[in-house]
Ligand binder design. Structure first.
Ligand SMILES: *Cc1c(COP(=O)(O)O)cnc(C)c1O
Length: 451
C-alpha cells in the first residue's frame, strides 16, 4: 500500500488467495456497503488492522457518496443492469478505492509516526480522485502533475479548487507522456524517493485493487448470487477494474462471464484473440481514461495464469520493454477461458449512447458506452443477468456528450460550485530537476511543506 511499485520494478500480489464460502456470500445481500467492504477486504489484511477500525474507515470513506447504496444498480433493459460507480466526489469509479486508500494510508502512517509524499501523473480522472481523497490528510502530501492545457475544465477544476495546503495541482508544460516520464524518473532516483518517502496511488497500488473487489460482491448478491451467477462487462484500460472482478471470482463469487471492454485502443481484445500482447500507438477517443496502450495490471493476471512462473514473466516483461510485444505462451488458454473481450469504435460509442437513451431514457457516458457495445458483441446468447459497469458520470465529459446528444448533462447539485470556485495551481517546466525541487519543497516528509 505505501510503496506502490516494488523497488525491483515488479508488482505486489498476495501470497495466497482468501476465499469466502457460499453462506458468507449469501449473507452479504442487503448489508450496508461499508459493512460488506470490510468482509471482502479484511481477509487480505492478515489482522494488520482491527476490524472495527477498518469498519470506521470504510464508513467514513463512503459517507460522502451521493447515493445511500454507494454503488447502486439501475435496470436499463430486460436482463441488463448498470452498476453506477460514479457517486463519489469526482464522479468516476476511482473514488470508491481512493477514498478508502487515503484513510488506510493515514492510519498506517499515524501508527508508524511517519509521513509520505504522493506524486502522481494524470491524464484526467486519477488526479482529481487522489486530491479529493487526500485533501486535509495529516500525514500525506500530494502533488499531481497534469499536462498544461490538455485536461478538460471539469477535470482540472476537480484538482485545482480544493484549498487544503497539503494538496498541489501542478500543470507541466508538456504532454501526459512527459508527466509520466518525469514521475518515473522520480521513482528511479532512490535517494530522492527515500528523502520524500515517495508513494504512488496509480492503479498498480494493490490496495486500490482490493478496494474495487467490493462492488462486484455487492452487485452480484443484489441479483441473487451465490445462488445465481452474474455476468460483468467492464470498461478497462489498465486492466485494474477487470482484475478486481477476476479476484472476486477467485474468492468464490460465481461469475458467469467476464467481459473486457475496450475503446479503439484494443490491445486487450487483440491479445485474447491472438495470444500475442503487442503495443501500438495510442488513439485519442471520447473515453480518455481508457486511452492506454500498456495495461499495467495485466502482469498480475499473467503471473497467475502461467502458474506463478516469475522467471517466465520476467522474460515476457523484458521482451515487452525491448520490442513492444511478447507471446503469452501457456497463459493464452486460461486467458480465453477466463475472459471474453471486445472493442468499441467511436461511431459505435456515439450510436450506443443515443440508442440506450432512446430505449430507456438513461444517459451513459462514453466509457460506459464502450461496455454496452462490448456486451452486444461478446455475449450473443447470454442467459445470466448482465451487469455493465458505469465508471463515470456523463456530466464529467460535457463536450463528448454534447457532440453525441446535442446537450451537455448538468453536474449533480452537490458539485454546483465547481465551475465558479477559485482555482489554485502552479505551472512548471517539463524538467526533472525543477519538478523534484517543487515536490521536495512541499513534502513535509522531507522537512518542507506548508506550516
Ligand atoms: C480509470 C478509468 C477506467 C479504466 O480503469 P482501469 O483501472 O484501467 O480498469 C475506465 N473508466 C473511467 C471513467 C476511468 O476513470
Amino acid at each position: 500500500m505505501l510503496t506502490g511499485l516494488a523497488r525491483d520494478g515488479g508488482l505486489y500480489v498476495p501470497e495466497s488467495w482468501p476465499t469466502l464460502d457460499a453462506a458468507t456470500i449469501a449473507g452479504f445481500a442487503g448489508r450496508p456497503f461499508a459493512e460488506l467492504a470490510v468482509e471482502v477486504i479484511a481477509p487480505f489484511m492478515g489482522g494488520a488492522i482491527p476490524r472495527d477500525e477498518l469498519r470506521a474507515m470504510a464508513e467514513s470513506a463512503y459517507a460522502g457518496f451521493g447515493h445511500p447504496a454507494v454503488t447502486p444498480l439501475v435496470q436499463i433493459a430486460q436482463g441488463r443492469f448498470v452498476l453506477e460507480l460514479f457517486h463519489g466526489p469526482t464522479l468516476a469509479f476511482k473514488d470508491v478505492a481512493m477514498q478508502l486508500l487515503a484513510r488506510l494510508m493515514d492510519h498506517v502512517l499515524a501508527r508508524r509516526d511517519a509521513r509520505a509524499t504522493i506524486v502522481g501523473a494524470t491524464s484526467g480522472d486519477t488526479g482529481g480522485a487522489a486530491i479529493e481523497a487526500f485533501r486535509g490528510s495529516r500525514r500525506v502530501d500530494v502533488v499531481i502533475m497534469f499536462p498544461d492545457g490538455r485536461v478538460s475544465d471539469v477535470q482540472r477544476r476537480m484538482m485545482t479548487t480544493p484549498t487544503e495546503p497539503n494538496v498541489h495541482a501542478l500543470a507541466v508544460r508538456g504532454t501526459f507522456d512527459d508527466c509520466q516520464a518525469r514521475l518515473k524518473a522520480m521513482f528511479n532516483d532512490h535517494a530522492f524517493r527515500d528523502r520524500v518517502r515517495l508513494a504512488g496511488v496509480n492503479s498498480i497500488n494493490w490496495a486500490r485493487i482490493i478496494a474495487q473487489v467490493t462492488y462486484y460482491f455487492a452487485a452480484a448478491t443484489a441479483l441473487g448470487a451465490p445462488h445465481r451467477a452474474v455476468t460483468f462487462v467492464v470498461p478497462t484500460g489498465n486492466f485494474g477494474d477487470i482484475l478486481a472482478a477476476w479476484v472476486a471470482r477467485r474468492m468464490g463469487l460465481p461469475i458467469e462471464r467476464l467481459v473486457i471492454a475496450s475503446n479503439a485502443n484494443d490491445i486487450l481484445p487483440r491479445t485474447v484473440a491472438s495470444g500475442v500482447y503487442e503495443m501500438r500507438g495510442v488513439t485519442a477517443t471520447t473515453s480518455p481514461s481508457m486511452d492506454i496502450q500498456v495495461s499495467s495490471n495485466f502482469e498480475r493476471y499473467l503471473f497467475e495464469a502461467s502458474g506463478r512462473d516469475a522467471a517466465l514473466l520476467r522474460g515476457q516483461m523484458a521482451s515487452l520493454a525491448q520490442s513492444g510485444r511478447f507471446e503469452l505462451g501457456r497463459a493464452a488458454a486460461p486467458l480465453r477461458q477466463d475472459f471474453a473481450a471486445a472493442a468499441a469504435s467511436e461511431a459505435e460509442v456515439a450510436a450506443t449512447i443515443r440508442d440506450v437513451q432512446a430505449r430507456s431514457g438513461y444517459l451513459i457516458d462514453p466509457h460506459t458506452a464502450c461496455a454496452v457495445v462490448a456486451a452486444g458483441k461478446a455475449l450473443p446468447r447470454n442467459t445470466a443477468p448482465e451487469v455493465v459497469l458505469a465508471t463515470a458520470h456523463p456530466a464529467k465529459f460535457p463536450d463528448a456528450m454534447r457532440a453525441v446528444t446535442g446537450r451537455a448533462p448538468p453536474l449533480p447539485p452537490r458539485l454546483a460550485s465547481l465551475l465558479a470556485d477559485p482555482e489554485r495551481f502552479e505551472v512548471e517546466d517539463n524538467d526533472d530537476a525543477r519538478l523534484k525541487r517543487f515536490v521536495e519543497a512541499r513534502a513535509r516528509a522531507a522537512g518542507g511543506g506548508a506550516a
